[in-house]
Design a protein around this ligand. Structure first.
Ligand code: C2E
Ligand code: CA
Ligand code: CA
Ligand code: CA
Length: 279
């Protein structure tokens, strides 16, 4: 028995070492990737259900010649342990601004949202990594939207309030991402000067073929609450026509998900949107 325990401990340590090694390799590769410009930005179109205006969420992509395609949920946390997250964010902001400038027809009247990392939750960092670049490129802050996850806000709501005020003063729209995962944020919704909320995919996926009235009622409640508070409400992870129809009938303002479009490289966006509307 004792030996068994020891070997389990050894196994755990080895696993831990391996994980550290994998992380160190990824960190080194990411460092190179930034130098060699391996990161790109994909855009996921979002549909305003009232006007059919298309907006976008910018999502970073890393196609590494050494590691293959590395999903952001793998490399962002590694980047966040170091200052590499600052370089990743600068790269994303810079590429988004360049794309807006170079293809104005795709971005006409559109808002593009960028995900803010918890590691950049400081006014100085926002100044360095967003404002400088946006001013340099001459992009209107009102065409950009900053997504802050509910978890980030709830980790320190007072600081969250300050950051939101700071972003609003610059002229960005600000929305809560992954809304509803920690219900404690309900208390704070009034205090944050937000433009919108994005209902977490976990709620949207409850609306499936076998949904009950109960599954819909939480989403219905969130949409009504958002309307009462004058917030623009987006549903993320909308994959089926059924979800799309239910959400629009509940008055949801914006739909994002594979049903409308996957995240795409810039050059694929036009044809995908045209196909959806059956031009
Ligand atoms: P998120 O901000 O919640 O982004 C939504 C994720 O859901 C994206 O995954 C998107 O591809 C995926 N998605 C969109 N529609 C659907 C759908 O209908 N069904 C399903 N199953 N998934 C859908 P992605 O691109 O892998 O990004 C994962 C997370 O990585 C993001 O979650 C965000 O937290 C982070 N991330 C991505 N890009 C950036 C970035 O530029 N900066 C920072 N700081 N984080 C980023
Ligand atoms: Ca997001
Ligand atoms: Ca989200
Ligand atoms: Ca989510």
């Amino acid at each position: 028995k004792r030996e068994g325990r020891n070997s389990i401990r050894l196994f755990k340590t080895e696993n831990h070492l391996q994980a550290n090694k994998d992380e160190a390799i990824m960190e080194a590769e990411l460092y190179k990737a930034l130098e060699q410009d391996e990161l790109t930005v994909y855009y996921q179109p979002k549909l305003d259900a009232h006007t059919n205006q298309v907006h976008y969420e910018a999502l970073v992509r890393w196609f590494s010649p050494v590691l293959g395609t590395v999903p952001p949920l793998k490399f962002i946390p590694v980047a966040e342990k170091t200052t590499l997250i600052q370089d990743v964010t600068r790269t994303v902001v810079y590429k988004v601004c360049a794309d807006i400038k170079q293809t104005p027809e795709l971005f006409k009247n559109a808002r593009t949202s960028i995900n803010l990392s918890a590691a950049l939750f400081e006014p100085e960092l926002i100044e360095n990594h967003f404002i400088t670049i946006i001013n340099e490129c001459g992009v209107d802050p009102a065409s950009l939207e900053i997504e802050i996850t509910e978890n980030m806000l709830m980790a320190d709501p007072i600081k969250g309030m300050e950051i939101i005020e700071h972003l609003k003063k610059i002229g960005f729209r600000v929305v809560i991402d992954d809304f509803g995962v920690s219900y404690s944020s309900l208390n704070y919704l009034r205090s944050f000067s937000l433009d919108g909320i994005k209902i977490d995919r976990s709620f949207i996926s409850q609306i499936d073929q076998h949904h009950s009235e109960k599954d819909i009622s939480i989403v219905h409640f969130i949409i009504q609450l958002a309307k009462k508070l004058n917030l623009y409400v987006t549903a993320e992870g909308v994959e089926t026509k059924e979800q799309f129809d239910i959400l629009t009938s509940l008055g949801c303002d914006e739909i994002q998900g594979y049903y409308f479009s996957r995240p795409l490289p810039l050059e694929k966006i036009k044809s995908t949107i045209e196909h959806f509307f059956d031009y």
